[in-house]
Ligand binder design. Sequence first.
Ligand SMILES: Nc1nc2c(ncn2[C@@H]2O[C@H](COP(=O)(O)OP(=O)(O)OP(=O)(O)O)[C@@H](O)[C@H]2O)c(=O)[nH]1
Ligand SMILES: [Mg+2]
Length: 357
Amino acid sequence: MALVGRSNVGKSTLLNAALELPLAIVSPTPQTTRDSLLGIVRHAGAEIGLCDTPGLHRAKSALGRSMNRSARDAIHAADVVVLVTSVGPLTAKSPTPLDGDLRILADVPPDKPVVLVLNKVDRLRSKVALLPLCEAWSRVRPLAAVVPISALRADGVTRVLDEVARILPEGPRRFDADELTDRPLRYFAAEYVREPILTATREEVPHAVAVAIDRFDEPIDPNEPLRILATIHVERDGQKRILVGSGGEMLKRIGTAARQRLEALCGRHVYLELWVHVTPSWRERPAELAALGYETGRSVSPRAHVAPTTGRVVGTELEDDAEPPEDVVADESEAPEPLDEDASLVDDVEDDAGEDS
Ligand SMILES: Nc1nc2c(ncn2[C@@H]2O[C@H](COP(=O)(O)OP(=O)(O)OP(=O)(O)O)[C@@H](O)[C@H]2O)c(=O)[nH]1
Ligand SMILES: [Mg+2]
């Protein structure tokens, strides 16, 4: 099944809750997830491959387009689509589906079952507003189920798995009994370096960061630590200064958080060395994106493959179709959402600014 939706609605939080393990990185920054990540859950006799995907958004860079492509590919590859949206203080005033969600749904083939997940119900004072919202959704297209949940509190997540297990087609098992994900440990090493950066930095910095694993030594003796050398790529000198911090203090904090996260996942000691490198415009350049693993989505290449380039410095991406972070939820805009007649997921997803502040 594919977990799809706008940015920041809680897809990765839902994946983690279903796995009962914080495998995917999560942050209040829109566009946290950059490529698909499969988590395998055994539930009610079914083997469910949950494919977490990047939030569909109005892409303003080659990276953004690659992210949207990966989400669309997941929609088309999945047997079941779980469309995740979120509810909040505005839901009571305007219990209608958001344009951004409707556009995503329009890209799901009509014969593919869709489970709609209304996430973040913990933000509602009363769940009464969910009834008209569910009714409005049911008029849009037949849905296999509508499930209100709080992924953050792992409330309702079992019901999502129940519904998916019920409608999944029968087929042979595809994964080993102890398989958890399709990604290797080095993928998580890069992601877990990125996560504290997303949490600790603001504005364009989180979006300008990519992490490449330069060396990944996994000694056969499990008592020996994993030895990892990673480069954090940024686009400008100022961003590098922020990440290094005064006396290297920020970089040290990032490294400690990443190391602890990885040690918890793999159950062994980790030695992690971090470098910060300015690679201008990496988000715009297919060669850099491929070297960083975003085009192929399956490998993180050595630093040497990411040649520093010169050229236009990419401005801040306006993540204007994203669910806003928690701290601005109270300011959710009530402005009508701009409807772009050409809006379609076939090209870049156009924005819905409905919940923007
Ligand atoms: N209050 C509340 N916050 C939630 C819930 N689920 C997720 N969040 C928060 O929403 C933010 C985004 O969560 P993610 O899981 O990263 O969202 P996402 O849809 O994967 O985002 P992208 O990867 O950027 O597309 C984080 O700050 C989460 O803690 C929920 O049920 N309730
Ligand atoms: Mg995510």
